[in-house]
Design a binder for this molecule. Structure first.
Ligand code: ZN
Ligand code: ZN
Length: 362
């Protein structure tokens, strides 16, 4: 796997286009993407002729082995190694990551890099990250398979009397035991009326007969995330459950059908939203239909009404419409897909037919 040369070349091309001497990258996922370094402290600087990774003594050994394409320079408390290096290289102008620089870091940089013009740059690395290489797709595929397998084992624990938190813990434990590096995000398990909270945290509430139960979960493999949501009904099933589930199911299918290289991300949202609106539930679908997934669980592109992104082959995105009715409950169905020229390859495989889990006695 030699993706780093291509990525560094792409950044150098941006430097040339924007007529800047160097790019300063400190957002950890972008650092990892460009260098392979997985530590969470440091920064990299790319110039037309140099690739340097600055980090402190805790990480230098790790950085040297993970990022062989970079010269690792140890930062010290008592002198400003970064500023000295920049001036020794004659760097007169340098980009910084507009979205990831805090006010404190900005103050610090303007003080230290006095001789360097700082130029805000947006999304240079994020844009590269959106389109995945086959190796990246394979990592996400592995994460999705692992999460599916763990989920299949845990579904039987979703029953009356068990708390949302217990289900979430069981799923996290199972995923990690099966080799997930962590959770892609804190697992969501919401039941009954609480299932109308799209991103509710699992609580002490016990699952009850007649509840919708929504579980949103993802594993991590080689640093890459997966993301999947399924909603169940606990017996007894009533007509309203069936109707809402059926609408979301059709919306999700319509969204998936719309995923194809070259289409506008907003058209995927529109395809799913139309189904929900026509069924009279439009006001209960308050979020975009999906998002990109990779090193981060939410990354480019965005699939929403206002998105200007265009889907490209190799992007990995979710399709996840939902209907959330306050006081009643909600349904979300989410799949993770690779964008292809002829349509999506679906990476999440847990069945999506309405599944009614045993309720026991009330
Ligand atoms: Zn999700
Ligand atoms: Zn998602």
């Amino acid at each position: 796997m030699k993706p780093f040369e291509d990525r560094i070349r792409a950044i150098r091309q941006k430097l040339e286009e924007e007529k800047v001497d160097a790019a300063y990258i400190s957002f950890r996922y972008n650092m990892r993407y460009l260098s392979g370094f997985t530590g969470d402290s440091g920064a990299i600087v790319i110039t037309p002729g140099e690739t340097i990774l600055f980090t402190d003594g805790r990480y230098t050994e790790q950085a040297s082995s993970q990022a062989p394409d970079f010269r690792v320079v140890e930062t010290k408390m008592d002198k400003d190694v970064v500023a000295d290096t920049l001036s020794s290289l004659g760097i007169k102008s340098m980009t910084f990551e507009r979205e990831h620089v805090t006010f404190a870091l900005w103050e610090n940089m303007t003080k230290r890099f006095k001789d360097t013009k700082l130029v805000p740059a947006s999304g240079w690395v994020e844009k590269l990250r959106a389109q995945k290489t086959p190796e990246e797709i394979q990592a996400v595929r592995k994460a999705a398979e692992l999460a599916d397998d763990a989920f299949s084992m845990v579904v039987s624990s979703i029953r009356p009397g068990v708390s949302e938190r217990e289900v979430a813990l069981e799923l996290e434990f199972t995923m990690r035991k099966m080799g997930s590096e962590g959770v892609a995000f804190p697992i969501i398990v919401v039941s009954g009326a609480r299932s109308s909270l799209p991103h509710g945290e699992p609580g002490d509430k016990a699952i009850e007969p007649g509840d919708f139960v929504t579980v949103d979960f993802g594993a991590v493999w080689n640093g890459y995330c997966s993301d999947c949501t399924r909603t169940f009904v606990i017996e007894p099933l009533d007509e309203k459950h069936r109707e809402v589930y059926e609408v979301v199911g059709r919306a999700q299918e319509a969204g998936l059908q719309a995923v194809r290289a070259g289409v506008k991300a907003s058209d995927v949202d529109a395809a799913g939203r139309k189904v929900i609106e026509e069924a009279g539930y439009g006001e209960y679908f308050g979020h975009g239909i999906g998002h990109g997934v990779g090193l981060q669980v939410h990354e480019s592109p965005r699939l929403g009404q206002k998105s200007e992104d265009i889907l490209e082959p190799g992007m990995i995105v979710t399709v996840e419409p939902g209907v959330y009715i306050p006081g009643f409950g909600g349904v979300r169905i989410e799949d993770l897909v690779v964008v292809g020229d002829d349509g999506p390859e679906i990476l999440t495989s847990y069945p999506k037919d309405l599944k009614v889990l045993g309720g026991g006695k009330k």
